[in-house]
Design a protein around this ligand. Sequence first.
Ligand code: SF4
Length: 694
Amino acid sequence: VIELGTPDRSVVTTCAYCGVGCSFKAEMQGDQLVRMVPHKQGKANRGHSCVKGRFAWGYATHKERILHPMIRDSIEEPWREVSWDEAIGFAANRMRGLQEKYGRRSVGVITSSRCTNEETFLVQKLTRAVFGNNNTDTCARVCHSPTGYGLGQTFGTSAGTQDFDSVEHTDVVIIIGANPTDGHPVFASRLKKRLRAGAKLIVIDPRRTNMVKSAHIKAAHHLALRPGTNVAVVTALAHVIVTEGLADEQYIRERCDWDEFREYAEFVSDPRHAPEAVEELTGVPAAELRAAARLFATGGNGAIYYGLGVTEHSQGSTTVIGIANLAMMTGNVGRTGVGVNPLRGQNNVQGSCDMGSFPHELPGYRHVKLPEVRAIFENAWGVAIDPEPGLRIPNMLDAAVDGSFKGLYCQGEDILQSDPDTKHVAAGLAAMECVIVHDLFLNETANYAHVFLPGSTFLEKNGTFTNAERRINMVRKVMAPMNGYEDWEVTQMLANAMGAGWTYTHPSQIMAEIAATTPSFAGVTYDKIEAMGSVQWPCNDANPDGTPLMHVDGFVRGKGRFIVTEYVPTLEKTGPRFPLLLTTGRILSQYNVGAQTRRTANVVWHDQDVLEIHPHDAETRGVKDGDFIKLASRSGEITLRAQITDRVSPGVVYTTFHHPDTQANVVTTDFSDWATNCPEYKVTAVQVSPSNGP
Ligand code: SF4
């Protein structure tokens, strides 16, 4: 525990780690942060917290933070510390020069799910109003972009349907592809409390997570599927519900498109989707799958929570659609205790998507091709908006390798470490003529940068984050920015150096612009958030106090839409050279690529990534617990230590990706979701062999 003194004041703010969005009192002694105390009035956490939010804030003042801007003409040269004016001028000239030489679509941005709504709004505005194109993408590309597609197609909007309080009224829960104990701990505590009170749990996960069995809970069913077969399992659940007459016909007739349901019902009724028919493919015993389907359909209020184990697949969007189908066919959308809820990984990944970070959507999930939507922003900004959707992150990298994409402003994301196929990312970055990294630390991506703009932490800025239940929480400045500027100010400086003429003096003005241009935020003001503590979008004339539950009187799109979910096997195949399947995840004390948590006291709980391997697979390879092993795939190889455990099934291995020295993404493939290009991190064919160490 880090306790440095006796606090003399406190500031209420929001945790900058996961999408639960816990509220904290930052207790201060002068300008020194003494401790973070979970805030009892926080609506997402009610005074609870986990070890990340509570203890992992030391990175904010870590000695490795870069506090002065730096530039260099080429990536072979050493960095030169310069003034903010010189760095911003250098970056602006380079980006403008590239656009003059290669065209206005030759540059783009990556927004950050770590930054505030206001900062993200400004970065996509920079792209559209200053660069003059739609080449803006977000790290949601590599996590929940299939949620955006799948829930948008079926329900009409890409967000969780419930507030966290809803779980207190659920009777049967499906958790699929998520490990909330490690990834969303405060929500997991609320869920476990409900389970202890009698709610039933179905876990669909290749690994025996803590949710399957722990001190006081035991899942009714654990469907330990083979990685890559989510769609087959979800469709088989639907098969049982439809063929055994368990679908809620009255709900479907009233709330959904009946003709589309009939087409879907005919599809899932085919015997090839029966649990017995997919047992060998999925590895899930048919009787277990049938029992789980019956429980979900008949067990009362049914809620589905899911995570990246659903989305990070070549069929991620199809599984999201399948989950939505399951909820609709059982009448489990539109009231408390039910619903479909993506567990968002990052503190503001929901907000990052809401704010128009995608290359085809303006803020509020409105397609850039729609002239009436462009007109709203053209009137507000006084510029013409490019009607052509821009490039996604993988397309930017491909175009860079091909020579048509030349400049990138990357805010708060280390794509070299977090994106798949590290060699390809490096090749794309190396081919660009101007890479601007705006971050706290010299991360791996900065090795390829020409400009480094120091970022500010959540403790040094005002703004808002939106959590996984669409709750807009205030982020309040606890200390002055150590680098001199909040991130939105840096973006404004860059925009103005390129001729924009922006005059924001406080993030509340940016929120006013968001509200004026985005119907789901029309009623959001800082005064309202301060008065209510937080507010959930949509917040507008129809719902002035916000919307805890979505789709209550009808789906956002009108009738709920059933879509056929054909299982298409991943192109990633096991074989004699690579006979095992690797899947990845997180651990409680660490966060994503570890840029922050590794620079805090939390590192004592997890100082290296390890490979979980089943005793049978370890024995046949002569691997003992704690041994170094080589993990090889068709993409590359890494070395890490083995941990022998039956949490994973034979044929499946598992690791985390928190430490840059192991670089799990060296071995992952470049396969991605068919609809959104979300990388298939969760399925890689690998071989494990003994090693002498790195
Ligand atoms: Fe922060 Fe998430 Fe932990 Fe809450 S549960 S303290 S938001 S990391």
